[in-house]
Write a protein that binds this ligand. Structure first.
Ligand SMILES: Nc1ncnc2c1ncn2[C@@H]1O[C@H](COP(=O)(O)OP(=O)(O)O)[C@@H](O)[C@H]1O
Ligand SMILES: [Mg+2]
Length: 232
């Protein structure tokens, strides 16, 4: 298993109030899976993926990644694992507005100690992969929302991540553009066997995956196979 959560519970402390945000989560995700997570706003989806993506380790229970627990690891080790193993894609793209597309996509590589020169061909390949071969000198505002999300996916790809976490990646896009973006995720999953963990509100979007879990009030209430959606 790539990811295994065993009886995970998480609480937020607000003053004297303790809020039980994740309840007895048991979840195993295999290499190469494409998992969608659905649930109403406030259900705990982002809390769950922050934990899976090594952003948060304030929880009870066990998280095994490649069979290993990082709960006792140093912050430094955890950032290294996060940078090398996880690609993040967000609803609002989170690109740096006054940096070029090239600079945005190369950033994780520079954090990983690569030189700009060594990073360049990797960045170009990633931009090609997402269908944006000639945009590296532009800035994010010169691109459409769909193109900016492609840049964010390219940035998520440069380290050949073990898995991609996408939190509502189509939440700010129209349905045609959403379909194009979802097709990129589907291709990455099918052609490169990239594991994908997708959060969405949109049941159409959830059908690009092969497995769907539903979360309500912090608990997994369904875990089912998805019948593949006809391509259009
Ligand atoms: N840092 C925090 N401190 C306290 N409560 C939080 C915090 N982050 C989220 N919550 C609460 O936890 C619940 C789940 O939030 P979240 O994981 O963001 O849900 P979702 O992504 O499904 O909308 C919500 O009620 C939210 O208000
Ligand atoms: Mg959320």
């Amino acid at each position: 298993m790539l990811i295994e959560l065993k009886n995970v519970n998480k609480y937020y402390q607000n003053g004297s109030q303790r809020f039980h945000v994740l309840k007895h989560i048991n979840l195993a995700i295999d290499r190469g899976e494409f998992l969608s997570i659905m649930g109403p706003s406030g259900a705990g989806k982002t809390s769950l993926i922050n934990l899976i993506g090594f952003i948060d380790r304030q929880f009870e229970g066990e998280y095994l990644f490649n069979g290993k627990s990082y709960q006792q690891a140093s912050d430094r080790t955890l950032s290294r694992i996060r940078n090398q193993s996880v690609g993040f894609v967000f609803q609002n793209f989170k690109l740096i507005g006054n940096n070029t597309i090239l600079e945005n996509v190369e950033l994780p590589l520079l954090y990983g100690d690569l030189s700009k020169r060594a990073a360049k061909p990797i960045v170009e390949k990633a931009l090609e992969r997402v269908g944006l071969p000639n945009s590296s000198q532009k800035i994010p505002n010169e691109l459409s929302g769909g193109q900016q999300q492609r840049v964010a996916i390219a940035r998520a790809l440069v380290h050949q991540p073990k898995f991609i976490i996408a939190d509502e990646p189509t939440g700010a896009l129209d349905s045609q553009t959403s379909a194009e973006i979802m097709q990129i995720f589907r291709d990455l999953n099918q052609q490169e066997k990239t594991t994908i963990v997708l959060v969405t509100h949109d049941s159409q979007v959830s059908q690009y995956g092969e497995r769907l879990i539903k979360i309500l009030d912090g608990a997994i209430i369904a875990d089912q196979e998805v019948t593949p959606r006809a391509l259009h």
